[in-house]
Ligand binder design. Sequence first.
Ligand code: SER
Length: 424
Amino acid sequence: MQSEEIRRRFLTFFEKRGHVVIPSASLVPENDSSVLFTTAGMQPLVPYLLGKKHPQGRRLVNIQKCVRTQDINEVGDNTHDTFFEMLGNWSLGDYFKEEAIQWSYELLTNREEGFGLDPKRLYITVFEGDENAPKDEEAFQIWQNYMPKNHIFFMGAKSNWWSVGENGPCGPDTEMFYDVTSSGLGDLTKKEYEKADAEQKVVEVWNDVFMEYEKKDGQITNKLSQRNVDTGAGLERLTMALQKKNNIFNTDLFISLISVLDKFTSDNIRSKRIIVDHIRTSVFMIADGVLPSNTGRGYILRRLLRRAYVHVRKIEGDFKTVISVVNAVVSHESYKGLYAFNSETEEIISMEISKFGKTLESGLKQFDKGVDPFILFTSYGFPIELTEELAREKGITINRAVFDKEMRKHRTLSRSGGERKFKR
Ligand code: SER
C-alpha cells in the first residue's frame, strides 16, 4: 500500500464516521509563540481541546505536517525523522474511549476499509496510573474486546501520559505497537516487548490520548470541561509497517530520495539517511516561509542544511548532490497535489550551502587545530551543535556554558553597536 493510499484510507475511514476533514496547518504555528514549529496534529487545536467551539464541529480528522528536532541525533536509525506527517482524528468533547479504541483497532486491522495489519503482531500499552490519574482499567477492558490480554501492557506516565510542554490539555494514552520483524517475534512477555521496543523491532504506529486533564506550569491542576480524544499516527512509521520494511527509509516516502545517493558507493547509511531527512525537512520549512538565519526557526533550518552538507561531504558528494535531493523532494509522487513548495526553494538552499561550503573546509581545519567553537561559529558558520557533534565523534567535550556566555556577550555588543548607529 503506497503512502497516498494510506492517507486516503485514513481520511475516508473517519469521514464515514462523522468526522470533517480539516487542512494541515502551517509548520509555523499561528498565534502560539511558545513553540518554534508545529510538533503534533493537536497543537493547532489546543483552544478547541480546552473548550472553544470549533466551526467544523466536534469530530475532526486531518494529516498534519510536523517538525520535531529534539531527537535529531537519533536520525539515521530505523525510525527517527525530523519532519513527518501525523494522521490524527479528534473528538472535541464527543465520543471517548469506547469508539476511539474500536476505530483504532478496526482501521489498523480491517482489510477492506483499513490497513489490514496482522492483529497477532499488535501490542497495546495502557496507562498504569499514578498520583495524577487512576490506572486506565476502562481502556484495558475495551481493548480486551479485540486483543488477547497478554498483548496489553500497563505502563507508567513516562510512556503513556501525553502533553505538549508545561501547559495545556493532556491525559493518559493508549499506544499501539507493531512487530515489524520479517519472521515475527511471536507472543512477547512485557519484558521481551520492552527489549523489542528498544531495538526498534516493535514500532509505535498509533497513539490515542484521552485528553481530559489540564496542566499549568508543569502541574496537573484540573479536569477539563470536556473529555477529548486526540490521536496521532506517524505516516512514515505506519507506512513502514504496512510496506513490511524494518526502517522508514525503505518506504516509498524515502526511497526516491535515498536512491539519489545510490551512486555514492559509501556504505555510510547513517549519513545518507541524515542527508535525505534534513533536506526534506528544510524543503518543507521553506515552503512555510522559514528562511535560514542565526535565530529562532531560521537557525534550526540553517543547522539542518549545514549538518546535511557536512554529511554530503562525508559520502564524497558535493553541492550538486544537495540540489538533486531537493529536486527529488519537490517532485515526490506522494506530495503531488497535496503540498505546495516554494518556487525559490532551490535558490534559497543553494545560497545557504554555497555560503557554508566556502568556509567548511577551512573551518574543519581550524576545528582539528582545536579552535574555539565561538570562532568556528562567528567566522566559519559552524552551528554550535555541529561543532559539538564533530567533537563527540573525536571523544572531546565542548564546554557549552563558555560558548553560551561568549554568544551573549557578542549579541549584547552587536545590539549596542546597532543602537548607536541607529541614534546617529
Ligand atoms: N498528541 C499525540 C501525539 O503526538 C497524539 O496525537 O502522539
